[in-house]
Design a protein around this ligand. Structure first.
Ligand SMILES: [Zn+2]
Length: 221
């Protein structure tokens, strides 16, 4: 079945997948490999807020700290203590910035729902953990984030990427009503080439660290 227009690359070369979660269907873009939920089932702001309030992540939660370390440890190889970073999509209880502060690094918090403060536009690095899968229109959100990073700065993303179509029906990551965009390693390469980023590091699972190689303007494909 023909799918909706891709909310990352605008391609109409999409197909509806044979998977369903709570009456939500999914499409795959054959150009950038994004899998996205059907447009009629996107959660409202109220549903998102209620879901996020259930998150019990805090600085004392050892398991959550270990989880964040999967992006923090490789990122520490690229940044230094004179740099200023931003945790984009930090949620109601920011932990990553506190972990960076513990190590002598500087990091601001931003979240469109919980920390909607004015932020700078030339960060040395931006970290976004467990947010990309919630972007309903990544074509809008991703350039907004990249514009916050100075040329030569870093973007560290943590979002679990899909590997094979066979995994999807039973994939736990789909079973969160706020998760609406799922990336493949090919999607990450598409993002790199479209937004003038260079992929520096990936664990080929959930962590992707890029360097912004110019002013971040969209490169026409
Ligand atoms: Zn696409």
């Amino acid at each position: 079945m023909i799918g909706d227009t891709c909310p990352l690359c605008s391609s109409k070369n999409t197909n509806q997948l044979d998977i369903l979660f709570k009456n939500r269907s999914y499409c795959k873009c054959d150009d950038c490999f994004l899998i996205f939920s059907d447009r009629d089932s996107l959660p409202s702001l109220y549903v998102e807020l209620e879901r996020y309030k259930l998150h019990e992540n805090n600085i004392l939660n050892k398991g959550y700290r270990n989880f964040l370390d999967t992006v923090l440890q490789p990122l520490l190889l690229y940044i230094n203590k004179t740099m200023t970073g931003l945790d984009y999509g930090c949620g109601p209880n920011p932990v990553l910035s506190l972990m960076l502060h513990e190590n002598g690094f500087s990091c601001d918090n931003y979240d469109p729902l919980f920390f909607n403060n004015i932020i700078k536009s030339n960060y040395d690095y931006v970290i976004s953990t467990e947010s990309f899968e919630q972007f309903q229109f990544p074509i809008v959100d991703i350039p907004k984030i990249i514009a916050l990073i100075r040329p030569g700065g870093y973007l560290a993303i943590m979002t679990e990427t899909w590997k094979s179509p066979d995994q999807l029906q039973s994939w736990y990551y789909l079973r969160d009503i706020t998760h609406v965009s799922f990336y493949h390693v090919r999607t990450m390469n598409f993002i790199a080439s479209s937004y003038s980023l260079k992929l520096l590091y990936t664990d080929n699972d959930r962590v992707y660290i890029f360097r912004k190689i110019n002013n971040g303007r969209i490169t026409l494909l």
